[in-house]
Write a protein that binds this ligand. Structure first.
Ligand SMILES: Cc1cc2nc3c(=O)[nH]c(=O)nc-3n(C[C@H](O)[C@H](O)[C@H](O)COP(=O)(O)OP(=O)(O)OC[C@H]3O[C@@H](n4cnc5c(N)ncnc54)[C@H](O)[C@@H]3O)c2cc1C
Length: 457
């Protein structure tokens, strides 16, 4: 029998992959089990049969402040497949007020944003002054005060700090909607404030935008599998955990590797709830998870026979377009036509709309904003709806997010939805994996309790 403690990690999304890598590195016998035939979870790509082109399940971007996600890519040796801006630069195209650029300047934070804020066309001079004032208030909020604001919406906080409805829509929501996957009127002030503190106000490079230069499945899945297997671990794809039981205070799962000493459940929260035995579901620690809601993301993929825009990506105002990514440029494939990916966060109305209607609407919007699209031929349109893309960052959500350590001694949780202090992002998933692994190592007597493995946010 192996002397190495054994651990089963269920779910090979970024959280499970991270936990498995960390635990394999620490010398544990790791088995990573995933119900689908590939690693990557909610970050994956596939070849669209009609166009023959690789399509991501949704455009994924990260920011310079996503240090643990960047660390994972470096650890797996795939960092060269990603790109990160040296300095934040985001084009903002307002259908009514024209184009501005939000960029980080040479001044120290928070002044680095000031020159581009002063030139921002969608705000009046008075709104710019008030936005700058709100930024200074956000910067000075300590963590306890910020966390105390979890019960109110960010829109509520902004109004209380002198922001007009135009500034809330035309400036703050621009950042909040994609990062929290929800409209500014529906999301927790705590999480939104955290995004501004970490991304925009702590450091000049925190909001630099990054993306994969390849399809998401080509980014890290294979490297992760090799990393785990080369450290004596096992990766079992296409294998589902079908149930869980608790006997004598210890958890065991039904499915592969039933005898593992430690279990990390790195599933999305709804899948986890379905597997929990009834007595656990009724415990307050687990029961509150059932109150978490989800929020959809819809991506509209448009392939044109020629180039219709020269931008890399841009954010949009006063149009249903939210963010548009020029995939041909991001992937360095600009030879044949142009492939645009329109990313719509918190997209409840589009999740219910028929795909053809969505395509027609966005083709018209692209034509109205990019004159070259009026004469271009649309070769293919595709809508990808992810109805449960992330947990909904509603006010009060922090109280619903469980820690990685559970009341069951050998059972641990990971996933972007567990308590990391971050919104539902790749960074949150990776952080949760590191935090869960640390708790396993403590339980296995391989690490001291209380050590912070990720910096608190
Ligand atoms: C369309 C879209 C766009 C997004 N855009 C961004 C972005 O721009 N930036 C960003 O940072 N984040 C973005 N996100 C969020 C990001 O993808 C997630 O936060 C992250 O991938 C979650 O990882 P995870 O490991 O926590 O969960 P998951 O990736 O959901 O992993 C859970 C895994 O568990 C598996 N599983 C479930 N049940 C079982 C079972 N019974 N047995 C075995 N395995 C099981 C699932 O198949 C899955 O692989 C986006 C998400 C979506 C959907």
């Amino acid at each position: 029998m192996s002397e190495r403690p054994s651990v089963l990690v269920a779910g090979a999304g970024l959280a499970g992959i991270t936990a498995a890598c960390e635990l394999a590195d620490a010398g544990l016998k790791v088995t990573l089990v995933e119900k689908r035939p590939f690693l990557g979870g909610r970050t994956y790509s596939y070849v669209d049969k009609r166009s023959g082109v690789e399509v991501d399940n949704g455009q994924h971007v990260f920011m310079g402040c996503c240090t643990e996600y960047i660390g994972l890519l470096k650890r797996l040796g795939v960092w060269q497949k990603a790109y990160l801006q040296k300095r934040m630069r985001v084009r903002v195209i307002d259908k009514v007020w024209g184009e501005s650029v939000l960029q980080s300047g040479a001044l120290p934070p928070p002044l680095h944003l000031l020159p581009s804020l002063l030139r921002f066309r969608s705000l009046s001079p008075a709104e710019k002054v008030r936005a700058a004032y709100a930024m200074t208030r956000i910067r000075s909020l300590d963590r306890a005060a910020r966390r105390g604001l979890d019960g109110v919406t960010f829109a509520h906080w902004l109004r209380a700090h002198g922001q007009t409805e135009n500034a809330i829509r035309g400036f703050w929501n621009l950042i909040v909607q994609p990062t929290l996957n929800g409209d500014v009127t529906t999301v927790s002030a705590d999480l939104a404030l955290m995004v501004f503190q970490e991304g925009f106000l702590r450091d000049r490079n925190g909001a630099n935008v990054g993306w994969a230069r390849v399809g998401l499945s080509a980014l890290l899945a294979e490297a992760a599998r090799e990393y785990i297997e080369s450290r004596g671990g096992e990766v079992r794809l296409g294998r589902s955990i079908s149930g869980m039981r608790v006997e004598d205070g210890r958890a065991a799962i039904s499915g592969p590797d039933e005898d593992a000493q430690f279990i990390v459940m790195a599933l999305d929260h709804r899948s986890l709830l379905r597997l929990l035995p009834k007595p656990l579901r009724e415990e307050p620690f687990f029961g509150r998870i059932g109150h978490m809601d989800t929020s959809p993301i819809v991506n509209v993929h448009l392939w044109y026979d020629r180039q219709v825009t020269d931008m890399e990506f841009a954010a949009f105002l006063n149009t249903p377009l939210q963010w548009v990514f020029n995939k041909s440029k991001l992937w360095g494939q600009e030879r044949d036509g142009q492939y645009l990916d329109i990313s719509l966060s918190g997209a409840r109305e589009f999740a219910e709309m028929p795909a053809q209607e969505i395509i027609e609407l966005f083709v018209r919007e692209v034509q109205s904003l990019f004159p070259a699209a009026r004469t271009a031929e649309l070769k293919r349109g595709l809508v990808v709806k992810q109805r449960d893309a992330t947990f909904a960052a509603h006010p009060g959500v922090s109280r619903l997010r469980p820690s990685q350590r559970t009341p069951v001694g050998n059972l641990f949780l990971a996933g972007d939805w567990t308590d990391t202090g971050w919104p539902a992002t790749m960074e949150s998933a990776v952080r949760s994996g590191l935090m869960a692994a640390q708790e396993v190592l403590v339980a296995a007597g391989r690490a001291a309790a209380g050590k912070e493995v990720v910096s608190a946010s």
